[in-house]
Design a protein around this ligand. Structure first.
Ligand SMILES: *Cc1c(COP(=O)(O)O)cnc(C)c1O
Length: 439
């Protein structure tokens, strides 16, 4: 398995790219110029399929929206951490936002330098901090007073100065579709409480191996409104002014986090141009470098989960479509009750209303409930849209199911950028019979 050109020359010469990446052509759903029917035959199912074209388009949109403002887009690796996605974004000019030592390892493997990396996340370990300092990261976004002391110790041990941004909880109310995706309200586990920020900043300045260079917030995920960003930035800038007055002269970064929404169903996506204008206005005259940490916005709608129908069932007056992708492949419907658009690769024109469920032994294993969908039969292909973010990265081996393949498509070409796991992979790290066992 690997690379392949699966497209007729005429289609390859098509001049207008499809920015969303996915569209029906001659009755068959394509990713860029590639037929998903042919892709499924080559690579098998379930598979995640990503459009490089769509990722480039989203990156360009956001970057253009922030033009004229000193800024850097630090892609949030946790949304989709495949190395091929990371390399694509690095080549577009992105930095990264990481939340673990594992993500640091990935970022370095994808060719990012320390200066391209912002280290966020609640609950960083001393070992992770030491690795980040050794890598020379651009910013460590510190979430608590205790963490500040850990960074000081790690930096002292490395005889280094650690660049610190304080993640301040701006305590703004955000309307996201699910409470699990809100992070910037009062009393949450994330960030330093707003009324502690000045004191923690002063403590930062007092520690010899720390340099206070920025303030940071991340207000939540799937945020379409601009008001929480405007308010949050205003609140951060108030603290920034107080800290400067208290002697913090090295402050130069304002990290305003990620969270920009995409369309899953019919809800509005974040308006990148309006976002850019709002940020520009909010930071006008400060000469700060603005850092944004989008994940979902860059990759969410650039990926689908391609799955084959295993069975159709009628039970208790209900219709079921059983697919070879389940909650272990795409957790969002079960975990967040998230809506994902689902359609046939080759629609036959008939429609039905059904629950679309996976093969996992859990009633919570569904991709959609009571959904009007193409009236597919066993063997047909479906795609689950908007699966590019928080899709594969949340997959598990539950029910001993090998994780899906990941495929990157660019124009008419594709590459398997993560092979489908094998049964041997499932048991690779296990020891069946420890020698010391008593009987
Ligand atoms: C998850 C996360 C992001 C990205 O969120 P999206 O909603 O995918 O844009 C950015 N920054 C931090 C600190 C995060 O935890």
């Amino acid at each position: 398995m690997g690379e392949g050109v699966l497209v007729e020359p005429a289609a390859a010469r098509r001049s207008i790219p499809v920015p969303s990446g996915f569209a029906h052509r001659d009755g068959v759903l394509h990713c860029d110029d590639l037929s998903l029917d042919r892709l499924a035959r080559e690579v098998g199912t379930p598979s995640y399929v990503y459009s490089a074209t769509a990722i480039r388009a989203q990156y360009a949109l956001l970057d253009a929206a922030l033009a004229g403002l000193p800024h850097r887009i630090h892609y949030s690796v946790k949304a989709n951490s495949n190395l091929a996605i990371l390399v694509l974004l690095r080549e577009l000019g992105a930095g990264v936002d990481i939340v673990s030592g594992g993500e640091l390892h990935r970022a370095l493997a994808a060719g990012f330098g320390g200066g391209d990396i912002v280290f966020s996340g609640v609950g960083k370990t001393s070992a992770e901090l030491a690795d980040a300092i050794r890598a020379g990261v651009k910013l460590i976004n510190v979430e608590s007073e205790h963490e500040l002391e850990l960074v000081e110790r790690a930096a002292a041990a490395a005889r280094a100065m650690a660049p610190i941004a304080l993640r301040v909880n701006p305590e703004v109310t955000v309307d996201t579709p699910h409470p699990y995706t809100r992070t910037g309200e009062r009393g949450m586990k994330f960030g330093i409480p707003y009324d502690r920020a000045l004191a923690v900043g002063q403590r930062t300045m007092a520690l010899p191996h720390l340099r206070l260079v920025g303030l940071d917030m991340h207000i939540g995920s799937q945020v379409a409104q601009l008001e929480p960003y405007r308010l949050g930035i205003a609140r951060l800038l108030e603290r920034l002014a107080e800290l400067r007055a208290a002697g913090a002269t090295a402050l130069r970064y304002l990290d305003i986090g990620g969270g920009l929404a995409v369309t899953y169903d019919r809800e509005p996506a974040a308006d990148a141009r309006a976002f850019g204008a709002a940020v520009r206005e909010a930071v006008a005259g400060t000469e700060l470098e603005v850092i944004v940490e989008p994940g979902r916005f860059l990759v969410g709608n650039a990926g689908v989960l391609l799955t084959r129908v295993l069975d159709r069932k009628h039970s208790g007056g209900k219709e079921y479509v059983i697919t070879d992708a389940g909650m272990n492949d795409l957790l969002r419907p079960s975990h967040y009750h998230a809506f994902h658009r689902i359609e046939a690769v080759t629609p036959n024109g008939r429609r039905t209303v059904a629950d679309i469920v996976g093969p996992v032994c859990e009633s919570g294993d569904f991709l959609a409930l009571d959904r009007e969908v193409d009236d597919v039969v066993t063997g047909d292909l479906l795609v689950v849209h908007s699966a590019g973010a928080y899709g594969f990265v949340m997959a598990s081996n539950y029910n001993s199911r090998p994780r899906a393949a990941e495929v990157l498509v660019d124009g008419g070409r594709f590459a398997v950028v993560r092979e489908r796991e094998t049964y041997d992979d499932l048991v690779r790290h296990e020891r069946a019979r420890p020698e010391w066992r008593l009987v």
